[in-house]
Design a protein around this ligand. Structure first.
Ligand code: E4P
Length: 224
């Protein structure tokens, strides 16, 4: 399973990339709005230069005639850019046109396996079911991930399920067990995956014990 970061914050992206666990990044207009003093294009290019993997950048046009040229322009920013498009009639039509040109699409705001199947059929490379937002509305968000993975496997559809809107480390485990090939997570969720209090106390104790060992060996006369 590949892990992506769901952020437009370059500091967080660089930090996680250094740990060697980052395979891609997803952004969206809400995440971008938190970044001040940088254009969307410049930030996306900066991310592409920091991470060698698919970088999703979202398009916002609401007609096919506007969305298709916008997507072409965004795709031309960097070879690793994946164009993110929300699923609806406009999104599907644009996706079928753009995917025929070889442009990679991440179909976003997917809330059902039916939508996932339509997105895959239109030619999207990545399909993003929003698990947390479904959970918030009282549904089982992970069910969409499970069903979509099963459908794509059963019919050998090349689209990849990109589990999104993950809110806690348990979501990541469940997405992995459901067979999602990719999960995109906020920085805080990735750090929560890493941290464990027993690891912290274990490190502290080993450090303390190694210091006392060093002191003992310092007391020993040389040559003994
Ligand atoms: C995915 O690509 C989206 O950017 C993201 O996962 C949405 O998550 P949210 O529901 O926490 O906003």
């Amino acid at each position: 399973m590949r892990l992506f970061l769901d952020t437009a914050n370059i500091k967080q992206i660089r930090e996680v990339a250094r740990m060697g666990v980052l395979s891609g990044v997803t952004t969206n207009p809400t995440l971008m709005a938190k970044e001040k003093g940088v254009s969307y294009r410049d930030r996306v290019v900066e991310i592409c230069e920091a991470v060698d993997g698919p970088i999703s950048a979202e398009c916002t046009s609401r007609t096919v005639d506007e969305l298709v040229p916008e997507a072409r322009e965004v795709a031309a920013w960097h070879p690793n850019v994946v164009v993110k498009i929300p699923i609806d009639e406009v999104g599907l039509e644009a996706t079928s046109k753009l995917s025929a040109e070889g442009i990679k699409i991440n179909m976003t705001l997917v809330f059902s396996a039916n939508q996932a199947l339509l997105a895959a059929t239109a030619g999207a490379t990545y399909i993003s079911p929003f698990v947390g937002r479904l959970d918030d509305a009282g549904h089982d968000g992970m069910e969409v991930v499970r069903e979509s993975v099963e459908i794509f496997d059963q019919y050998n559809l090349p689209a990849q399920v990109l589990a999104a809107s993950l809110r806690h480390p348990r979501h990541v485990i469940e997405a992995a067990l459901a067979g999602a090939p990719i999960a995109t997570l906020p920085y805080a969720v990735l750090m929560a995956m890493l941290k464990h209090p027993l690891t912290d106390t274990g490190i502290e104790r080993f450090l303390k014990d190694s210091r006392s060992y060093e002191k003992e060996s310092a007391k020993e006369p040389s040559g003994s």
